[in-house]
Design a protein around this ligand. Structure first.
Ligand code: ZN
Length: 199
């Protein structure tokens, strides 16, 4: 990109490192940013820096939040005896959008994938087990994706949790095989949740 000056090239380069941003999109975004009022650019960069500085894991469910506890864990009107285990915070948001789940969550931040060298110790599984030993839980709903990794993770969790005498269920396969939960419509998600079966 020698035809752009150093700072423009730099901006394009940084933007193109973001997921699903190709070099054409990066150029378009860069020139858009350069045409924005300076105050708007500052607001954008401040929002990025502030979120990155302050966002951390919820002490209980490990979703990303900017407080010690996330709004869901803080909410006393939710059923804290039912925990839905999801792979990431985006999946949590997908279930929240259905508005029909009143339990709480546990976010694994990944799934077990021997092929990619991701083992049980690389996701927030130990944290789930600690939580289950400290709280009174009636049911653990495993809502990992129906990919190979998601299924492997579900089986692994079920083997760990069942001996503790806690009911373990798996969301129904209304979720298409290999389908990412965050892209599935709310009706299908709801059906998957309602049709969950005991493992
Ligand atoms: Zn939380």
């Amino acid at each position: 990109m020698e035809y752009y000056s150093r700072q423009i090239s730099n901006l394009i380069g940084e933007l193109s490192r973001l997921p699903s941003i190709g070099s054409k999109t990066a150029q378009r975004l860069a020139f858009h940013i350069l045409s924005m009022p300076k105050n708007d650019v500052k607001a954008l960069s401040d929002a990025i820096i502030e979120a990155r500085e302050n966002v951390r894991y919820c002490k209980k469910c490990y979703t990303l939040t900017d407080d010690e506890l996330c709004p869901i864990c803080k909410n006393e009107s939710r059923n804290h005896r039912i925990i839905m285990v999801v792979e990431n915070s985006r999946d949590l948001a997908a279930y929240e959008k259905t508005g029909k789940f009143d339990g709480v969550y546990h976010v694994l931040h990944g799934a077990i994938s021997p092929m990619n060298g991701i083992g049980p110790a690389d996701i927030k599984l130990k944290e789930l087990m600690t939580r289950l030993s400290e709280e009174d839980i009636d049911e653990v709903i495993i809502a990992t994706n129906s990919s190979l990794e998601g299924e492997t993770t579900a089986m692994y969790i079920s083997k760990l949790v069942k001996p503790a005498g806690i009911k373990v269920t798996r969301i129904a396969s209304g979720v298409p095989v290999g389908g990412d939960i965050e892209y599935i419509d709310e009706v299908t998600l709801l059906r998957a949740l309602e049709g969950r079966t005991e493992l």
